[in-house]
Design a protein around this ligand. Structure first.
Ligand SMILES: Cc1cc2nc3c(=O)[nH]c(=O)nc-3n(C[C@H](O)[C@H](O)[C@H](O)COP(=O)(O)OP(=O)(O)OC[C@H]3O[C@@H](n4cnc5c(N)ncnc54)[C@H](O)[C@@H]3O)c2cc1C
Length: 417
């Protein structure tokens, strides 16, 4: 039947369950929502042709442990800056694009997925009861488990604002801050702290002789990052492991920390922040056959599960959780969410028409990085090589660690229902 806008409606409806309401999950949910209404997907790259001719009734459930969308990549700044913290977390109920009866939000933690029965078991945060949520299509986008202060501990917006206030106060009042770990998070943390608290002594200690040592990037990138940190006033110590951290009560009752390094050098500081990445996939709710040795979800280039499970073609993984080569990035997660939406839409159409779905496949992601380092940024792509500078910071991150660009690109209120 054609509707008022001339789009044909298909006879059956579909239930879509999205685990994780962040970059990957929201990108998948909202692009699929656009397509199902006969509109171009809001990320319309990789989409060819006119808007879809059919309207497909879908009911999307998004489950997340947090009560809102949290702009994770801004953490080095938002934990140390109360204004930025306020803007970084938007409760799902305040996101215009999700205010439709076609979306249901559950704040809870998924404990188990039964791929044969196509149901997920969720522990509801408020009631602590177990909800059983059936689905026709599942998109897992629950990312990696990371620890404070790489990410906040809070799961509610109000608690997060209090956590950020305390974190900022601790950093501001400390007699020196040491950041341990010079990966992507550590270097951003050090630079942002120095910019926000210029009078504070900020030291970054890394166990290897090169910053960003676990990223597959040329040495030139690491050297550039190191020189920018030093120009911004951060003291960088390379090639030294922190082998002991002891609390000492200094005069006037202020707690200090004594750090002993591998070469026996000792450093006194008022506050220690660990940026040593302990990222663990959050995939414990999935059957073991779907996972690789490290717990990432094995996928085809269509982003459908590739493990030996029933209904694998109706199960998708996007973002950090997917076993996909390349540096884990929020842009990559959003891109994958978009592809999952395109493919699920194709499958839904095919289920209604009986035709074979035409699936879009993802190319391997090249090693690409963009780092915000206080007043400057550093980026690397294989095509452009290493770039750096203040203008680059504005073009990559704007004024707010890319919160506006990521947020409005993913969840534009103007395109709300
Ligand atoms: C400090 C920091 C800085 C970064 N900077 C950059 C940067 O500058 N540029 C860049 O491109 N990338 C950056 N990254 C990487 C980027 O943040 C990730 O690649 C991105 O967040 C991946 O998105 P995602 O949607 O896959 O997962 P996530 O953003 O991790 O979202 C996963 C969601 O799933 C929820 N969840 C987890 N487990 C469950 C469960 N069992 N049940 C229900 N919900 C669950 C979580 O609450 C979360 O909301 C940075 C990462 C960090 C930590």
């Amino acid at each position: 039947m054609p509707s008022n806008d001339g789009v044909l409606a298909v006879a059956r409806s579909f239930r879509v369950l999205v685990i994780g309401g962040s970059y990957g999950g929201l990108s998948a949910a909202l692009n699929l929502w656009d397509l199902s209404r006969g509109r171009l997907p809001r990320f319309n790259y990789a989409y060819e042709g006119p808007p879809p001719a059919h309207r497909i009734p879908i009911q999307t459930t998004i489950v997340d442990e947090r009560d809102g969308y949290y702009h994770l990549i801004g953490t080095p700044k938002s934990l140390a800056c109360e204004k930025m913290a306020t803007e970084s977390w938007t409760r799902f109920q305040d996101i215009p694009a999700l205010k439709s009866p076609n979306f249901k939000i559950i704040q809870g933690s998924v404990s188990k997925v039964d791929c044969a029965a196509k149901v997920a078991h969720i522990t509801d945060t408020t009631t602590k009861s177990t909800i059983t949520e059936p689905y026709d299509y599942l998109i897992v986008a629950s990312g990696l488990r990371r620890e404070y202060p790489t990410v906040p501990e809070s799961l509610q917006r109000d608690d997060f604002l209090e956590e950020a206030r305390k974190h900022a106060e601790n950093v501001r009042n400390a007699q020196g801050v040491v950041i341990v770990g010079g990966g992507a998070v550590g270097v951003e943390m050090a630079a942002e702290l120095k910019m926000l608290e210029p009078q504070q002594k900020v030291t970054l200690i890394h166990s290897r002789s090169r910053l960003l040592s676990s990223e597959p990037l040329p040495d030139e990138v690491a050297k550039r990052v190191c020189s920018i940190l030093q120009e911004e006033g951060v003291e960088v110590i390379l090639g030294q492991r922190v082998i002991d951290t002891t609390a000492v009560d200094a005069e006037a009752g202020q707690r200090m920390w004594r750090l002993t390094l591998g070469d026996r050098q000792q450093i006194m500081t008022g506050h220690v922040l660990s940026a040593i990445s302990r990222c663990v996939p959050t995939s414990t709710y999935l059957p073991a056959q779907t996972l690789d040795k490290e717990g990432y979800v094995k996928v085809h280039s269509s982003l459908q599960f590739s493990g030996d499970i029933p209904n694998s073609e109706h199960h998708y993984a996007v973002g950090d959780l997917a076993a996909w080569p390349g540096i884990k990035r929020c842009g990559g997660a959003m891109h994958m969410g978009h592809y999952a939406a395109l493919n699920i839409h194709q499958q839904m159409l095919a289920e209604c028409s009986g035709e074979k779905p035409s699936l879009t496949t993802l190319n391997p992601s090249p090693a690409v990085i963009g780092l915000a380092l206080g007043t400057k940024a550093v980026s690397y792509t294989p095509d452009e090589g290493t770039r750096h500078g203040e203008e680059l910071l504005v073009s990559l991150f704007g004024e707010d660690m890319a919160n506006t660009s990521k947020f409005t690109e993913t969840i534009p209120s103007v395109q709300a229902i």
